[in-house]
Design a protein. Structure first.
Length: 117
């Protein structure tokens, strides 16, 4: 059974930083890419960042470029999202996802990030 467990969310002031983690287990088809998405209250879920299996390829939403960094540690089956210079508009539930070699997507339960002004 595939499980993705996010952690690291919380309350931070504007301009601050947070580091999200997502630990994956049960993924049997490798390689798999991983990504972060977010969903603010009353809005649709949106893409934030993605990283390839080897970590050599990353892509970001324009709204977070230069502020967020996605990385992964395959030995720990964990993906990270370093978020710097946070803004109130970054407030959302952040979801981790993984896509296995068969093209199946898996999602975590999400972690709340709240940025106060």
């Amino acid at each position: 059974q595939v499980q993705l467990v996010e952690s690291g969310g919380g309350l931070v002031q504007a301009g601050g930083s947070l580091r999200l983690s997502c630990a994956a287990s049960g993924l049997t088809f490798s390689p798999y890419s991983m990504a972060w998405h977010r969903q603010a209250a009353g809005k649709e879920r949106e893409f934030v960042a993605t990283i390839s299996w080897g970590g050599g390829s990353t892509r970001y939403a324009d709204s977070v470029k230069g502020r967020f960094t996605i990385s992964r540690d395959n030995d720990k089956n964990t993906v990270y999202l370093q978020m710097n210079t946070l803004k109130p508009e970054d407030t959302a539930i952040y979801y981790c996802s993984a896509r296995d070699g068969a093209g199946t997507d898996y999602w975590g339960q999400g972690t709340q990030v709240t940025v106060s002004s």
